[in-house]
Structures are given as C-alpha cells and as structure tokens.
Write a protein that binds this ligand. Structure first.
Ligand code: BGC
Ligand code: NOJ
Length: 809
C-alpha cells in the first residue's frame, strides 16, 4: 500500500493522505537556520545547533504524535467553524490534501468547505529565515469572511534546559510586538546576542504571545480558545510560554486568492538595543511574494546545481531516483545535521559524531567539497593527542563531548577514510598540510597528515592478546560493549567500563585498519615519505596476519574476543554466531579474496543473514541479557543491533560482493533496502519511502519489515557509495576516475554524467557482443585509452566516454 508517489520530474515526493504511518519528514535549510517539517507541518526550527539554539518547541514522544508545528488555523468567521489546512493540529476532515516534499521546501495544500489553502514552507539560500507562503482561495459562489491564526511556540533557546528546568524557565520568557512583528527575546542582552522574530506580511487584527492566553487553560493545540472565539487578547508574554500568533482577517470574493506570508527569523545583533526595525528590514524581501518566488527559484537552482554533479540513467526507476535525487539529498542533509535532529533524534543528545560525520562525508564529498574540507579539519581539531577521538561534539562549540568521552576504538580510523575520500574526489593534496590543533591540547598543532598517522598509531598501540585491536568502549557497533558488564539499569552502556580494556578485541577494527591504512600508506608514498609508507604497509600485513590466524572462524570472520578472551560471533556460540560487520569490512579490505575465505564468508551472509527485507546484523539474535556483551543483548530479538536489518551494513556487503565480482548478489544487497523499492509496502515499512532508515525489524521481531529511525543514518552515504562507485563502478581514485562496473544481467548498460575535478564526464556503458580483453574497453572523446582510468582534464569541458563491458566467454 502507498501513501503517495514520486514526482521524479519535480524531484518531489507527493503524499496524498495526511495520516501516514509516521510523520513523514523533510528538512528546510541546511547550515544556518534548519527546520524539520512533517507532512502535516509538524516539527521545529533551530539555528546551527539543535540543542543550544532552538527557535521553536517540539514535543517528542507525546500524543497525539507530531506536535508542535508551523500551524495556521483557518476560521470561517461567518459560520464560526475552524480547521487546520495542514490537517494537524485540529485533524478536521479535508476534502483534498496533498503534501509535496521537495528539496529544501515543502508544500502542503488542502481544501475544505470551498476554501483552498496552499502553504509553501522554505528556508532560502543564505538567509536565516523560515518562510510560510500561504495562498488562500475562495472556491465558493459567495464571498468568504475568514480569519487566519498563525502559531508557533518559542523554545527558550537551550532545548535541554527548556525541557527540564521549569522552575527557572517558566520565569524567563519574554516577547514583544511591534506592528506585525512578534519578537521572542528571552534572555536577550542578559547572556544572548540573538533573538527571533515572527512577522506577517499583513496588518494584524490581533495577536497573542502567551501560550495560555491563546490556548485557554487546559486546552491543546487542536482547539485554541482564541481561534474558537475568533478574537485574540493581545497578550504579552512575560514568563510562562511565549508563543507567536498573528490574527489576520481576510475577505475573499468568489474565485479570489490572497497571498499571505509569515516569516520566522533568527537574528544576531551586536548593538546595544534590540532593533526590531533593522531585523524587519533584513527580512523585508521575504515579505513580498516576488521575493519568495525568487528565493524558491534560487533554492531549486542550488539543489539542481549540486545534484547535477552526478546523474545516472540505468533504466531502473528505484535506483535512478534514489541516486539522482533522494539518496544524494539525504547524504547532504545527514552530512549537515549528523545525528542531531530528526523525528527520532531529539536534537539534544548527540551533536556531531566523529565516526558518523566521517562516514557521512563519503556520500557527500562530491556534492559539498568545500564543506567536506572544513568538516575534516573540524573533526581533526577534536582529535586527541593520543590519536584517539572524542566520540561526539556540539556543532556550535566544536568541543568534544566530555560526557561520552573517548575510547570508541574505531573512531580515529574513520578520519583516515574521510580524508582519503576527499583526496580521491578533489585531488586537493594541500589539505594534508593544513595545521590543526588537538581537542585535549591546544599547544600542539600539527599537519592533518600527522593527525592521520596518529590515528593509525592509536590502533597499533591498543592491541590485545591476539594482536588484534582492542575494542575499547565499542567499535562501529555501539552496542557491542565488551568491557561494560553493566548490571545497573541506570548506567549508560557506552560509558561504563567495569573491566580493564586490555583483552576485548575487535576483528571489525582490524579489517577497518587494513582497509584505510593501505590508503594511508599510499598517501605517504606519494608524499615521498617512503619509510612511513613501508612502516604502514608492514603494519597492515601484520594486522592481516592477525586476522588470518585469530580472526577466521572456519566459515566466516569472527566478530571479536570478549573481556575473558572468549570468541564472539563464532560457530562455537549458541546465539550471536555470525555478525555481518566483519564479513563486509574484511572482504572490502581484500582479506580472503584470493583464498576463497571472502567468498565463503559472503556465502554464509547470504545463507544465515539475508532476508527479503535486507541482511540481518546478527543471527541467532540474543534472547537473554548478557552483561559480557552489553547493550546489544538488551534489545528484543529482531530489533536494532540485536538482529534487525541494520541498513548501514548492507551496502558493505554489496561492495564486498563487487570485490568478488558477484554482480547479482551485489545488486540484490543494494536493492533490498532501497526505500523507493519498498514504497509499495509502505504499510509494512512505515517510514518515508524516499529516504533510508537506520533499521528494519528483522525476522525475529513481531513486525518484520518495519523501518525505524529514518533520515539520519550512515546508510545514506554507504548506499550511495555502493551503488555509484562499486555497482556502477564510477569510482574516484588518486589518479583519476576509475570505470569498473559490476552490474547485473538485467542491466544492458547505463549512463552516468559525473563532474569530477573540473570537468564533466558523460559516460555511456554498454555490453559488448563478444569478449573484451581486460574486462572493458574505454574511449574518451572518440579515442581508445589504455586501461580503465579516465584522465583528469580540469578544463571545464564535457568529455564523452564510451565503455564496452566484458561480453561473453
Ligand atoms: C543505539 C545505537 C547508537 C547508540 C548511540 C544505542 O542505543 O542502539 O544504534 O549508535 O545508542 O549512542
Ligand atoms: C548508530 C550510530 O550513530 C553509529 O555511530 C553506530 O555505528 C551505529 N548506530 C551502530 O551501532
């Protein structure tokens, strides 16, 4: 069952009923003012940091679900009735409803009793305002007398404090009104240089700035007393809960349309007095319909420009629309907000994750190369002198999160992965010489290259009895907590270590080390640092030897050794016998390719872990809590790390299958979790069909196939890399753009238009009728080239590339 459809031409997902199984979310804005918006206008806005600069309130985990939002109530003043044209919060029946989620904007339109309303929500490029552009049309044969009430509830900036410290925050709220501008100025000038405005393009019939006055005592957003009355009380919010409510009266002749604009703005102001007039001037262009049209046009152009750097035509609509639009968009959004704000991430806890941000970069470095460069340097600056890394930091302060601390022993290696991806994409080797400090030592400043070497050395210094890397608090699998041994429900698994951490080892980190340090050695070599290169290569060989001797379990790669030195993810275990992560990462690193172990491990994945909804993380799932394994065994079987389809790992298997040149398997691994392909079972999947979710309930759960935690997941980047770089095989390498397709029989060929290092490559791949030496033959601008690497042109031009693939025996 579907709840909407893709409009590929407009790059929109069109939802045609409001009661989707979950709020289906979109993002407005990317770097300054950012908002999450659901298909019924729920959600909130923040400026750069969802915890410290929250503009509006949202109530997670409340009922009815998905409150608050960006609400406008329509009231028929003659009849005294009212409704929400976005369905929430009144949930009055609508005669027609559509929500179009586009790239950086959302349009929600509906009609009821002959009144049509359509609101476009957007955050323009380079302006910290959120625009609600609303058109109201009278389709009746009579004139209509209507009232509009806009409504936002302001957050007192620090979202954590706002949700916890009521003894204080019920006394600090402050709002004022100047003309049609409502100003939220809590704490302004005490400790803040910022305030928010909420402005309307029309003269006001009234306003409210105090929530209780607007809603009335003991009432909710579905029936505000002021809307019911048709009259506001012009409340001034001091203390309590400041809100922004404009009351606008309009009269519409039959067929007439009125365009009304509401603009929420974030302002920083260094002057002594709060200058509302200046703030209003700064947003003036968005209080005119033409200004909004231009902003929307510029927004569309920005995304078109970004997305045009990689467009594909495979003929498979699910693959094409994900790569061309939605997966790329999700990569960019995830890159920007990391794991901080979504329908499932409250914007309070996690900020930017070290491991997460580095992996997110893999899918967006071609879209946002400058931002990627800055992000790598930011991440490096939170690294610790030991080579380790703070697990998380707040985007605004860029300070490592002390509460979580460090000791997630895979973290530092991901910085190498991200830098390698950046170098391969851009060829900008100067980044390696950028000087960056350390998170725990402001005196030491070192070139990025030095940071990367320290990351590698960190792993080498932290090895256990089998010479495999120590896992520390956890590796990629945050819930495999081998040193935690927690039996107290009030301890967070990932920060409690009751054992000394010199025994528990991770085969996953070993594989990751081999994967990324091989590239680091290559970088050192190219920088003329031969000794370093040799040392790194020797370290990789040693790590491979440790995996060969202690990391192979007979049919698949072992997962780990626990704090007692017992095997985890082994045939010896009764539960948790096989984990997907080491199978993917070891094969990606080329371990066992020659001697058949990689193939056997991936056969085991197919046999033991593959299901119709995707590849499971672990089997058999744990049925009892095991303190020696930690959080993983606290989840019910089939959920999250305990045996769901943890989507992030599925593209690893697709890439690993490509390394074995098993095209059909690679394709299947990528397609099973493709959200567009799952659109037809939206009633089972339940999350948005246009973005990847973190997990899909596994076969041991009660509702297999149900997705959770959509939007902010490393799945986005890895799915994108797997499909574009490994299956289609258009892959940046240090020397240029490699053409190495690994496509299934069902594809007769494909086209990729790819911008790369200053030129555009228009690549058409076809199958040969007869066998081609060396796998494929490549022509560039009509001339055959030697080998599969497209040269770097950097000439601003477009180059025609023809590729003939393989052929028969
Ligand atoms: C989740 C993990 C997540 C971790 C982050 C755990 O509860 O299961 O997926 O990585 O929290 O802190
Ligand atoms: C989500 C976290 O954000 C990520 O860092 C981790 O690797 C996965 N969960 C797996 O536990």
């Amino acid at each position: 069952m579907r709840f909407g459809h893709f409009d590929d031409e407009r790059r929109e997902y069109v939802i045609d009923r409001p009661d989707t199984p979950h709020p289906w979310i979109n993002y407005l804005g990317t770097d300054g003012l950012v908002g999450i918006i659901s298909n019924t206008a729920g959600g909130y806005a923040f400026y750069r940091d969802a915890r410290l600069r929250r503009l509006t309130r949202y109530r997670y985990n409340d009922v009815p679900t998905d409150a608050n939002g960006r609400y406008v109530y329509l009231r028929d003043d003659a009849a005294g009735t009212y409704w929400s044209p976005t369905w929430q919060p009144t949930r009055t029946d609508l005669e027609r409803y559509t929500c179009r989620h586009g790239l950086g904007y959302t349009v929600i339109g509906s009609s009821r009793s002959g009144i049509e309303a359509e609101t476009t929500y957007l955050v323009p490029v380079d302006a910290d305002v959120e625009i609600w552009s609303m058109r109201v049309t009278n389709r009746r044969s009579e004139p209509a007398r209507l009232s509009l009430f806009s409504a936002v509830e302001f957050c007192l900036w620090n979202a954590y404090d706002d949700a916890t410290n009521f003894q204080r925050n019920l006394n600090i709220g402050e709002a004022e009104v100047a003309g049609a501008t409502i100003v939220h100025k809590s704490e302004y000038r005490e400790r803040r240089n910022h305030f928010a405005t909420f402005t309307c393009s029309e003269p006001l019939a009234g306003f409210e700035t105090q929530r209780d006055a607007f809603l009335g005592p003991y009432r909710g957003w579905s029936a505000p007393a002021a809307v019911e009355r048709g009259e506001t009380s012009r409340s001034i919010g001091v203390g309590g809960s400041p809100v922004g409510v404009h009351h606008v009266r309009i009269e519409l002749e039959p067929g007439e349309t009125k365009h009304i604009l509401f603009v929420l703005g974030y302002h920083e102001d260094a002057s002594e007095t709060l200058d509302v007039a200046a703030a209003r001037r700064s947003i003036g262009q968005f209080l005119r319909p033409e200004g909004v049209e231009e902003a929307l046009k510029a927004l569309r152009e920005r995304w078109e420009r970004r997305l045009s750097c990689l467009q594909i035509e495979t003929g498979d609509p699910d693959v094409d629309r994900m790569v061309n639009t939605w997966n790329a968009y999700q990569c960019a959004i995830t890159f920007n907000v990391s794991r901080s704000a979504s329908g499932y991430e409250s914007g309070i806890g996690r900020g930017i994750g070290f491991r997460d941000a580095n992996q997110d970069l893999l899918g967006s470095v071609h879209l946002l190369p400058e931002e990627a460069r800055a992000r790598i340097l930011d991440l490096a600056s939170t690294q610790l002198l030991s080579g380790g890394a703070f697990h998380q930091y707040q985007p605004l302060t860029k300070r490592g999160n002390d509460e979580i601390g460090d000791g997630f022993n895979d973290d530092p290696l991901w910085l190498i992965a991200a830098t390698v991806a950046y170098l391969k994409e851009t060829g900008d080797w100067r980044i390696l010489d950028e000087l960056v400090g350390y998170g725990d030592c402001s005196d030491t400043i070192e070139a990025l290259h030095g940071h990367l070497l320290r990351a590698a050395e960190y792993t080498l210094r932290h090895r256990g009895p089998h010479r495999l890397p120590l896992i520390g608090r956890a590796d990629w699998n945050d819930c495999l907590n081998l040193n935690s041994h927690s039996t107290d429900p009030d301890e967070p698994f990932q920060t409690v270590s009751l054992r000394e951490s010199d025994t528990a080892e991770s085969v996953f980190i070993a594989g990751l080390f081999c994967l990324v340090v091989a590239d680091l050695a290559e970088i050192a070599e190219r920088r003329g640092e031969t000794e370093t290169a040799d040392r790194l290569r020797a370290a990789v060989d040693e790590m491979r030897a440790a995996i060969d001797t202690h990391g192979w379990d007979g049919e698949w790669f072992l997962r780990a050794y626990d704090a007692e030195g017992r095997k985890v993810g082994s045939q010896e275990n009764d539960e948790g016998r096989i984990f997907v992560e080491p199978q993917g990462i070891c094969a990606m690193a080329g371990i066992g390719l020659e001697d058949g172990r990689a193939a056997r491990a991936l056969d085991a994945v197919e046999r033991e872990l593959a299901t119709e909804h995707g590849i499971l993380l672990v089997q058999p799932a744990f049925t009892t809590y095991r303190p020696e394994l930690g959080e993983i065994s606290s989840y019910p079987p089939g959920y999250k790390e305990n045996g769901s389809v943890f989507c992030h790992t599925n593209p690893w298997i697709a890439i690993a299958e490509c390394r074995l040149r098993r095209e059909e398997r690679a394709w299947e691994a990528a397609l099973r979790i493709n959200p567009s392909r799952r659109e037809a079972i939206s009633e089972v999947h339940r999350c948005e069909p246009y973005v990847y979710a973190q997990t899909i309930v596994g076969r041991d759960g009660v509702d297999p196939g149900r997705a959770r935690n959509s939007w902010l997941t490393g799945t986005a980047a890895w799915a994108y890399v797997a499909v574009t770089q490994w299956i289609l095989g258009i892959r940046p390498i240090f020397d240029g753009l490699l053409v190495d397709p690994c496509i299934p029989e069902s594809l007769s060929g494909f086209r990729v238009v790819r911008r790369f290092r200053g030129a555009t490559y228009d690549i058409r791949v076809e199958r040969a009728e007869s066998r081609v030496e060396g796998g494929c033959a490549v022509w560039v601008d009509g001339e055959p080239i030697d080998g599969p690497v497209l040269p770097v042109f950097d000439d601003g031009g477009t180059h025609d590339v023809r590729v003939t693939l393989g052929g028969g025996e």
